[in-house]
Write a new protein. Structure first.
Length: 249
């Protein structure tokens, strides 16, 4: 796996080069105009412009009015491709939208928390909802409660149109022997006690506070938890659909 920092990130991360890119994003400029804009010596500006030219992000063209002058131009299309490549290197969801999988592969994901009454069933329901059943989603708890938290049921129904009223929490032990591609723990306690589901299962941890902590029944906490989980799931989907685009942490 290539862990090298993408070239665009290395170039753009320098404060002066970033300022030059910003100036050129607005139009073509001569060196002396860039010197005035950024307030740095000409030799320093010329040095960094050369690095940008060597990378193919900036080109220079002789002025048709005064051949002693050159105008520098930022290739925005090339920048767009470089930004996309850098985003993909960080996380596949930050790159181009992946095409739907056609292999028939149906990944399996297990969400685990302590009580299996709020966070993990919310995650299971949202993943199933967003994939239309193309992913095998499951959830369980290390110490399952007797029933789903009513606020979790209500938020899923009101905010996402998902009815989970008939579901019941279940223990992690009930899923022993099942194959999972991802095992995602959603609370810090269960991360430490979650059983092993085989070498093929990728372990991921999402540290999410319990919306029902300390007996609180604040519906807003459940709304926020569901929104946080939904965001994480949207960024998980490209990894499930195209596991070949996986990026090592």
């Amino acid at each position: 796996m290539d862990h090298a920092v993408p070239a665009f990130v290395r170039l753009a991360a320098h404060p002066l080069r970033w300022r030059l890119l910003r100036e050129l994003a607005g139009g073509d400029h001569r060196v002396r105009e860039l010197v005035d804009a950024v307030g740095e010596p000409q030799n320093l500006v010329s040095y960094h412009l050369r690095l940008l030219r060597d990378a193919g992000l900036v080109t220079a063209r002789r002025s048709s009015f005064d051949a002693r002058d050159s105008y520098h131009h930022l290739d925005l299309e090339r920048c767009a491709h470089a930004l996309t490549a850098a985003g993909t290197a960080l996380h596949p969801a930050l790159g181009p939208a992946p095409a739907p999988a056609t292999s028939g592969f149906r990944p399996a994901v297990l969400f685990a928390c302590t009580g299996n009454s709020a966070r993990s069933p919310i995650a299971e329901a949202l993943l199933d909802h967003r994939t239309g059943g193309r992913v095998e989603a499951a959830s369980a708890g290390s110490h399952p409660k007797q029933r789903l938290h009513p606020d979790a049921v209500q938020v899923l129904r009101d905010r996402y149109g998902i009815d989970v009223a008939d579901r019941r929490p279940r223990p992690l032990s009930a899923l022993a022997g099942r194959r999972f591609d991802y095992v995602i723990s959603l609370c810090d306690k269960v991360r430490e006690v979650c059983p092993d589901f085989g070498d093929q299962a990728r372990r991921v941890h999402w540290s999410l506070p319990d919306p029902a902590a300390e007996g609180g029944a604040d519906r807003a906490a459940f709304v926020q938890t569901a929104a946080d989980i939904d965001t994480r799931i949207r960024y998980l989907l490209p990894r499930l659909v195209h596991p070949s685009r996986e990026v090592s942490p």
